[in-house]
Design a protein around this ligand. Structure first.
Ligand SMILES: NC(=O)c1ccc[n+]([C@@H]2O[C@H](COP(=O)([O-])OP(=O)(O)OC[C@H]3O[C@@H](n4cnc5c(N)ncnc54)[C@H](O)[C@@H]3O)[C@@H](O)[C@H]2O)c1
Length: 395
């Protein structure tokens, strides 16, 4: 999130310095090499280059925007060490009149109860805000400019000042509130999606018991003007949905926690579907079609494919990963015919738009012909005619 935000601000006319503890990233950027791929980032990098530089040292500035990671800790709370370390660094260069903006996803109350007390130790007069991010990998730059923005300030002046800065590149409405509400809104957005995906997954499991096609039932139910059921799948991946709902859930409000548990149970359920197809064989070979957590991107963070791989390996299956979108990872094959050689089962995991185009007749080198489709993407009849045993999740 940090790099696209920095570049958009630089393009918007600010002089922006990117600071990161990862010196490899700094060196890449100093050599004009982007550390990751994202649609439009290359062009933006060129357009912003006049105003953008990077540094291994955090220097005094007028505005500090913090976009450090906030992963899930072992007890499912928000891991705060990156934020604590970043705020300590800002504290040492903070001057009167500075604005500090936290963008990392956090538990409600973090800005006022953790960030502010550390900055208060400086006894400087500063402004402080929370701005949530909701850009999707593959369309990050467009969404950063076109999604509504929620900005929370510790006071009106902080919120207004932050709005003034973000308005240099945000073209949609910017809504002002307090920091805790802004932090919560970010969590609500992902919790909404997680709970709805959990409902779709539970529907898929339930309807499969009676061989009812969940995809068709959901499609038809969604013609109701007030119904918007989500799609089932092999589990939830990415940097936000599998993590953020934990920052809100509690034992007293079980729906959010239960939804996390249901979605986390899907990889094991999917492996069970594969097991039901594979005939007796020691160490069968399973090929996972798709490693990225969502279709047509190369982002594999928190991907259910890795969980499914682990579960298969615990059951002494051999696993091959196939994903033409993931480049430069020696563990991931990009040639389908190499992936399928002597394999016993394919599991379609990621909804890459190229997968329905795979011709089952072109796959001639498998040992047993089985396929589990967790996205209802393939033409089951065509694959059956080509000799495959087909199992579609939720049918
Ligand atoms: N990626 C997304 O799609 C997305 C969307 C919305 C919100 N977020 C949130 O934004 C935050 C950042 O996510 P990201 O995907 O950009 O993470 P990232 O891991 O891609 O980038 C974070 C960067 O922070 C650096 N860093 C760590 N500690 C630091 C420190 N003390 N000082 C300076 N730099 C430090 C890391 O080296 C890394 O380069 C997280 O809280 C995440 O939940 C991400």
């Amino acid at each position: 999130m940090g790099l696209p935000t920095a570049l958009l601000l630089a393009k918007g006319g600010f002089r922006v310095k990117g600071y990161d503890i990862d010196t490899d990233k700094i060196q890449l950027l100093q050599n004009h090499i982007l550390p990751f791929e994202e649609k439009g980032l290359e062009t933006l990098f060129q357009e912003a280059s006049k105003n953008f530089s990077v540094s291994e040292i955090l220097e005094p500035s007028d505005v500090f925007i913090i976009t450090v990671p906030t992963p899930l800790s072992d007890d499912k709370s928000c891991e705060m060490s990156y934020i604590n370390s970043a705020i300590q660094k800002v504290k040492h260069v903070l001057r009167d009149g500075n604005l500090v903006v936290l963008e990392s996803t956090v538990s409600p109350g973090t800005t006022t109860s953790i960030v502010k007390p550390i900055l208060d130790e400086t006894q400087k007069q500063y402004l402080l805000s929370y701005v949530s991010e909701k850009a999707i990998p593959g369309n990050t730059i467009y969404e950063m400019q076109h999604n509504h923005r929620i900005i929370g300030g510790i006071d009106q002046e902080s919120a207004e000042k932050t709005k003034e800065i973000y308005a240099h590149f945000v073209e949609s409405p910017i809504h002002l509130t307090d920091t805790t509400t802004a932090e919560t809104v970010k969590l609500l957005e992902n919790t909404y999606r997680d709970v709805n995906i959990a409902l779709a997954n539970e529907i898929a499991k339930r309807l499969a018991i009676q061989n009812i096609d969940a995809w068709e039932a959901i499609r038809l139910a969604n013609f109701h003007p007030r119904v918007n059921l989500h799609q089932p799948g092999p589990g939830v991946g990415g940097h936000c949905i599998p993590i953020d709902p934990w920052f809100l859930s509690s034992d007293d409000t079980p729906l959010m926690k239960q939804s996390r548990i249901i979605n986390d149970s899907m990889p094991r359920y999917v492996v069970g579907l594969a097991e039901s197809l594979i005939k007796e064989k020691k160490n069968p070979i399973v090929v996972l079609l798709g490693v990225s957590y969502k279709g047509d991107v190369d982002d594999d963070r928190e991907s259910p494919s890795y969980t499914i791989k682990k579960i298969c390996e615990q059951k002494e299956m051999k696993v091959r990963l196939y994903d033409p979108n993931i480049k430069g990872n020696p563990e991931v094959l990009t040639d389908l015919s190499i992936a399928t050689k002597d394999a016993d089962c394919l599991i379609l995991i990621t909804d890459h738009s190229i997968f329905p185009d795979i011709d089952p007749l072109s796959i001639t080198n498998m040992c047993q012909k089985n396929i589990v489709d967790t996205r209802d993407m393939i033409d089951s009849e065509k694959w059956s005619d080509a000799g495959f045993n087909v199992k579609v999740l939720g049918t």
